[in-house]
Design a protein around this ligand. Structure first.
Ligand code: HAM
Length: 420
């Protein structure tokens, strides 16, 4: 009896499926490096206050979904429910020169109701730029998100962009919105009927039909932007146009965390169910460093759910050809020493070589070779051992079954030729 299972809402990611996740990480890190970002590893847990102060009590992520615990030393900690607060905490602690550009791959924990594309542990690939409010950075960060999805071969993607304004214009909009919501209080969903005053923007983010109906007639944020916010937004979108990136303004794109100011954006997969289709979400957080006791400097970044990106790849048939199959499978029915030594030489020459163990029969080894996905088998029987040769056999593709016995010295070169 198998007693233990991965906890509800979590998943094991096994090979060969994990090869696609590896490809996402590799493509992301290549682009992040290209754009000047360095890897940041931060702890998986932090003082719970870091998240509470950053994301705000009115965000569900903090108020309902945090995994909080006390350690043996009586410290109140939380498993990271999002990446940005940890990065800003590290920025405030280490005081690196600005602009500070980091990327991360981080497990994230949220006590959510598990469903397709929504898990209690997921992984985010993300970037953050801290120390500048220049709108060209916003466009650069959004472009990186675009290039990442493009590099995966995803094309059914919609980019929404908005600005939440700043200290000057946001309070005015908030007042108008609260007044509007008060008029429609009884039409709101159960939760927001009583909570809308705490943070009225949450109502604009609510996916329940009642709130969506009220939202239709709500005052539009963009009508209340002050001149500097208007100019900031114009320069961001000018940068997107210059990069040839298609975007659309979305007045209701307010995001689910409380630290955002000015630019917010989301890349959504049109191939997925609308409730869980955001592949990349991000925005500016110009007050966050100061909120965590650091200098009053701006920042912007995004997080991208790895599991969701893989679902979108499934839906669009992207990354189909990514496999963990070796280039060659070495079959040895002599003593196993040829598999051992030739396998090692091939690997050191940069060729992915696999082999069987435990002295299996020819039939069993060929079955394993086939299952491995290798295109070629390099076979050693007693004849080959005696003659210093090896028999190459093509296992799949148009020329499957093709076979040739060659000098052992030519193996590396022939494997390369037959693999291409
Ligand atoms: P977020 O929108 O909460 O933003 O999460 C970012 C992305 O993580 C989402 O767009 C989605 O792809 C994925 N995601 C979120 N929750 C789940 C879940 N329960 N299961 C699977 N995937 C999920 C943030 O966390 C911000 N820190 C992003 C950011 C970075 N803003 C500025 N810098």
């Amino acid at each position: 009896m198998s007693a233990f299972k991965a906890p509800t809402g979590t998943h094991d990611l096994l090979p060969p499926a994990s090869a696609r996740a590896e490809a996402c990480v590799a493509r992301f890190s290549t682009l992040a490096r290209r754009d000047g970002f360095g890897l940041l590893n931060s702890p998986v847990f932090e003082d719970a206050e870091v998240f509470r102060r950053s994301s705000g009590e009115s965000s569900e992520v903090v108020s309902k979904e945090m995994y909080e615990f006390e350690d043996k030393g009586g410290r109140h900690l939380a498993l990271r429910p999002e990446g940005t607060a940890s990065v800003v905490r590290a920025f405030v602690e280490h005081k690196p020169p600005v602009p500070w550009k980091t990327w991360y791959l981080a497990p994230i924990f949220r006590y959510e109701r598990p469903q397709a594309g929504r898990y209690r542990q997921h992984h985010q690939l993300g970037v953050e730029v801290i120390g500048t409010e220049d709108p060209d950075v916003d466009a650069e960060v959004i472009s990186l998100g675009h290039d990442y999805l493009d590099a995966l071969g995803l094309s059914q993607i919609a980019l929404g962009v908005n600005s939440l304004g700043d200290d000057v214009c946001m309070p005015g909009y908030r007042e108008v919105l609260v007044a509007y919501l008060a008029e429609h209080e009884n039409e709101l969903c159960d939760e927001h009927r009583t909570r809308y005053r705490l943070n009225p923007l949450r109502v604009l983010d609510c996916k329940k039909p009642d709130c969506l109906r009220v939202r239709e007639g709500a005052p539009r944020l963009s009508q209340y932007w002050c001149e500097p916010c208007r100019e900031h937004f114009a320069r961001v979108t000018e940068g997107l146009d210059a990069a040839g990136i298609v975007w659309r303004q979305d007045d209701f794109l307010v995001r689910g965390l409380d630290y955002y100011t000015r630019t917010t954006f989301e890349f959504a997969a049109e191939s997925l169910d609308a409730a869980q289709n955001v592949l990349i979400g991000g925005g500016r957080y110009d007050k966050l460093s100061a909120m965590l006791g650091g200098p009053d400097v701006g920042g912007i970044g995004f997080g991208s759910g790895l599991e969701r990106v893989l679902l979108a790849c499934d839906a669009e048939g992207a990354l189909k050809d990514v496999t963990v199959a070796p280039d060659v499978f070495v079959v040895d029915v002599t003593t196993g020493r040829l598999a051992r030594d030739v396998g090692r030489l091939l690997r050191r020459a940069g060729i992915a070589a696999e082999r069987a163990y435990d002295g299996r029969s020819m039939k069993a080894q060929l079955r394993l070779a086939d299952r491995s996905g290798a295109r070629i088998a390099a076979i050693f029987g007693s004849d080959e051992q005696r003659d210093g040769t090896v028999t190459l056999r093509v296992l799949r593709g148009d020329d499957a079954g093709k076979q040739e016995t060659i000098a052992l010295d030519d193996l590396e070169q022939m494997v390369r030729e037959w693999s291409s």
